[in-house]
Design a protein around this ligand. Sequence first.
Ligand code: TYD
Length: 145
Amino acid sequence: MWGGGINSKSLRERCPVINFNWLGDERGKLVVIEGGITIPFEIKRVFYIYDSDRDVIRGRHANKISDFVLVNAAGESKLRLTDGHEEIVTELNRPMMGVYIPPMIWKDMYDFSEDSVLLVLASTHYDNSEYIRNYDEYIRLINSK
Ligand code: TYD
C-alpha cells in the first residue's frame, strides 16, 4: 500500500535507520552498501547533493515508485519525512548510517553543513513523471488509496 492511510506500522518502522558496518583499520574506515543485501533494494541510480546552504530546503517531493536510502557521506543534514499523518526528523550525521525511504513518503532535506555530501541511492532510473512535487496533490493521493 501507499505510505499513508491506515497502516499498522509506524512511519519510523517503514523508514528505518540502517546502521552500516564499517571496516576499519589503521588506514581509515570503509563503509560498504550492497543492493539487496545491506539495503532492501537493488541500486539503479546514485546521486549526491553538496554545496547547499543551511537555509535551503531540498527534496520537497514524494515518489510514486522509487525507494531511496540517504546517507551523509560527509558533514551533516536533517531529513524530515511525513506520510501526511506522522512526521519524523532524522539527523544524518554519520557516514555509517542511512535512512530507508519507501515510495509515497514526503521528504525534505535541510540544515546542510558546509561540508555536507548527501549520498542518495535509488531503486529506479530518473523519471520526472513519478515525482509528486505538490504537497496538496500528495495528500490527495494518499487519502485516495
Ligand atoms: P531535484 O529533484 O529538485 O533535487 P532534490 O531531490 O535535491 O530536490 O532535482 C534537481 C534537478 O536535477 C531537476 O531538474 C531534476 C534533475 N535530476 C535528474 O536529472 N536526475 C536525477 O536523478 C535527479 C535526482 C535530479
